[in-house]
Ligand binder design. Structure first.
Ligand SMILES: [Zn+2]
Length: 385
């Protein structure tokens, strides 16, 4: 049975099962896999494919049998919910440390990525992700880096830093703030410096990015992560309630039979989005999704785009908003709106790509939206599987 006694959470459930963890106690990689799967199972904790987990463990050197300090960290790609023990990159911690004197500064930080494979432990060939040094240089045995929406609400706010101070006072926490920095070698050194400058620090908010939490044991790490995220959820919820209306209040009030309307429009919508590559749809049925789609600020917030760069990978820079009044326009009207909006979305996306592409950037991988927001219907996501 999951234990529920040691921490109080308002939103998240503590799924840690001491019996299961004890049965894995002699297999540190399995224990890391277990922790990762629990975290990844709840999308409020991290987005699909986003975030990574690590443990610093002693493994016998395959040649000499002598114990070696190894960093096990989620490899490039993959998802925490489904990662297996073989999905973790294993790297010599002392070799990773030896990269620090090799570092020539931020202008050359990309060259460090090519050195990570040289730190591989034994026969492990799992590709080390760009986040590897972030975990390596934090002086804690078990580290979670996650992208919870509640933490990003703080991290991506203009007054996020002051709000984090307020959060720390309210909950008696010592979470440090590190301003936005591309997740590479420089950020890893900034994290280490933040720890040195904040004695007793128990977490880090990365500006416009996400969260770092840690613990002495896998269980402490897990508990620290979900406790922190839950507290941030409560903090955000309190702010939302204090403001009364969310997203500027409801603008669209018409109600339709969502199931039959979605069924009627989806073949057209999915067909329109499948011109470059075939996609399937996920219809988000929650009340929150509908509240957002119907809100006064929905169109403006969609245009503003996502606030955490890691989300771009799945959601693209912004969702496509399709204005629709079911009473006036009907299904035929919605179809033509979709056509108009799609044409301008593709044009804007191609212009965005051209404006920011570097000579070595990968080619434009299609210009269709991955998320579509329609009043009265809600939010629909698209992906290749
Ligand atoms: Zn991240």
């Amino acid at each position: 049975m999951p234990e529920t006694v040691t921490i109080e959470t308002k939103f998240l459930r503590n799924l840690w099962d001491d019996d299961e963890a004890t049965s894995l106690a002699r297999q540190p990689l399995e224990l890391l896999r277990y922790r990762s799967n629990l975290l990844g199972a709840d999308l409020r904790i991290t987005n699909f494919g986003g975030g990574n987990t690590s443990s610093k463990i002693d493994l016998p050197d395959p040649l000499t049998g002598a114990p070696v300090r190894v960093l096990a960290v989620k490899g490039s790609g993959g998802d925490l919910r489904s990662i297996g023990a073989s999905g973790f990159a294993l790297l010599h911690l002392d070799k990773l440390e030896a990269l620090i004197p090799r570092y020539r500064g931020e202008a050359n930080e990309d060259e460090m990525i090519g050195l990570y494979p040289l730190c591989a432990f034994g026969e492990n060939r799992v590709a080390a992700s760009i986040d590897t040094p972030l975990h390596a240089f934090l002086p804690f045995d078990h580290v979670d880096h996650l992208h919870p929406d509640w933490a990003i609400a703080l991290a991506a706010s203009a007054n996020g830093r002051e709000k984090l101070d307020e959060f720390n006072r309210r909950y008696g926490r010592r979470i440090a703030w590190v301003p936005w920095q591309r997740p590479r070698f420089e950020l890893a050194l900034m994290l280490r410096q933040a720890i040195a400058g904040h004695p007793g620090c128990d977490g880090i908010v990365l500006g416009s990015h996400g969260l770092f939490t840690w613990g002495d044991t896998p269980r402490h790490c897990y508990v620290n992560s979900i406790r922190t995220i839950d507290q941030m959820g409560e903090f955000v919820d309190l702010h939302a309630r204090a403001r009364g209306l969310r997203f500027g209040g409801a603008a669209a009030t018409a109600t339709v039979d969502r199931e039959s309307t979605v069924a009627a429009i989806l073949p057209h919508l999915r067909g329109s989005l499948s011109l470059e590559r075939r996609v399937i749809a996920h219809v988000e049925r929650s009340d929150e999704a509908l509240e957002f789609a119907n809100s006064a600020w929905a169109e403006e917030l969609c245009r503003l785009g996502t606030s955490c760069p890691d989300h771009f990978l799945r959601t693209r820079i912004s969702p496509m908003f399709v204005p629709w009044d079911p009473a006036r326009d009907g299904i035929a009207g919605l179809e033509s709106r979709i056509g108009e909006r799609l044409a301008s979305y593709r044009e804007a996306y191609a212009a965005y790509y051209t404006a920011h592409a570097q000579p070595d950037s990968p080619p434009l991988r299609g210009s269709n939206p991955s998320v579509v927001v329609i009043p009265a219907l809600g939010v629909i996501g698209f992906g290749k599987d």
